[in-house]
Design a binder for this molecule. Structure first.
Ligand SMILES: [Zn+2]
Length: 371
């Protein structure tokens, strides 16, 4: 898992900054203070370049945040749950728990982000005009932010899923054909097409000795991954249609006591019974769930000295579901959180466990059988 720090909470949404954003922040400040501002205004003091570089980078961060907040607020108004917004190396990602159910909802949710960027660009442009007589440095900073926001808006409008423009395209095809899967396939193919174009031009520029091409390469690669992943997600969701928790859960699970040393869990349970997941109990009560991944996270030499209770996912962090819960919702919540398993409760007792790998196994079986 990557590290992300929570820096604020706005409208009930956690704002988080991924560690990769620090790299971008330093890079922006460095380029602004080291070449952009000195290039246009060679007579300013060095400290001013750096102060202005820092301020402008911070406002780039705010601009990306405003773009993502626009998406999130519209999503919230449509009744979606928005958990958090994470800013990372190439922009922001709003974690919205569900895919929208209607083309129109998706359209408005997608289009509002670039719209917010264009509005911000207009505001910064006006500011740069108004500030010019009072403070030339601040005016230069606002001018730069106007350009960045226009670029942000245009880049996000590229019609490839899962970019905003791709979502707009998908919602239009969806509206016209009534087929979400088909619409997603077309939009993500366009996304991959754009990705290859970006990669192509990136390589071309690098071959000509212009290392700005690295950026295109990086963005193209990112877009390509996102486009194919977005499509897979929709395919998986439509394959899960109609499946309930009771169809996905594993009933043959064993229980282990919370005080069991991790070494014994490995020797006597995981290796002997060839199971990956165990229910952790204390007396009659459920304490949590422990799985192979939890064990792997702990260095081997500590296995003898630690108990299952130290590495398990405790009951409080588990989100249990009933046997009739919808398979799509379960996969969505498994994807949205770091917890990899869900206990299925029936009449106050654990009837089964669903792991992410179980869901994928069921999907694979169904696809092999042509279902
Ligand atoms: Zn966006």
């Amino acid at each position: 898992m990557r590290t992300a720090w929570r820096v604020a909470r706005v409208f009930g949404i956690d704002i988080r900054v991924d560690s990769s954003w620090i790299v971008i922040f330093i890079l922006f400040t460095w380029v602004l203070a080291g070449s952009y501002f000195p290039g246009g205004h060679p007579d300013w003091p060095v400290t001013l370049y750096w102060a202005l570089g820092l301020l402008t980078s911070l406002l780039v961060f705010v601009s990306v945040l405003v773009h993502e907040l626009a998406h999130s607020l519209v999503a919230k108004r449509q009744g979606e749950e928005v958990h958090s917004i994470t800013l990372f190396i190439l922009g922001g990602v709003a974690q919205i728990s569900q895919e929208p159910e209607e083309p129109l909802k998706e359209f408005s949710m997608a289009v509002v982000g670039p719209l917010a960027s264009f509005v911000l660009a207009g505001v910064f442009f006006l500011l740069s005009l108004l500030l010019y007589p009072a403070s030339e440095p601040l005016s230069a900073s606002a001018g730069y932010l106007a350009i960045i926001n226009v670029a942000l808006g245009i880049f996000n409008l590229l019609p490839g899923f899962p970019m905003d423009g791709g979502r707009v395209l998908r919602s239009i095809i969806w509206k016209l054909t009534g087929d979400l899967k088909k619409a997603t396939r077309i939009a993500s193919l366009t996304g991959q097409g754009f990705a290859f174009l970006l990669i192509f031009f990136g390589v071309l520029r690098i071959l000509r000795g212009d290392f700005g091409g690295l950026w295109l390469l990086l963005i193209g690669w990112f877009l390509h991954n996102a486009a194919s992943r977005g499509y897979q997600q929709v395919v998986i969701q439509s394959a899960l249609e109609g499946l309930k928790a009771r169809d996905l859960m594993n009933r043959d699970f064993e229980t282990v006591p919370a005080g069991l040393p991790v070494q014994n869990l490995v020797d006597d349970y995981i290796l002997k019974r060839k199971e990956r997941v165990f229910l952790v109990t204390e007396g009659d009560g459920l304490e949590g769930i422990v799985c192979l991944e939890d064990v792997k996270r702990m260095p081997r030499e500590k296995w003898a000295g630690a108990a299952v209770a130290d590495i398990m996912t405790p009951k409080a962090d588990l989100r249990s579901v009933g046997p009739e819960a919808d398979g799509k919702d379960i996969l969505a919540s498994l994807t949205a959180t770091d917890v990899h398993q869900v206990p299925v409760m029936e009449g106050g007792r654990v009837a089964g466990i669903i792991c992410r790998s179980d869901v994928l196994k069921v999907l694979q079986l169904r696809s092999e059988l042509g279902m």
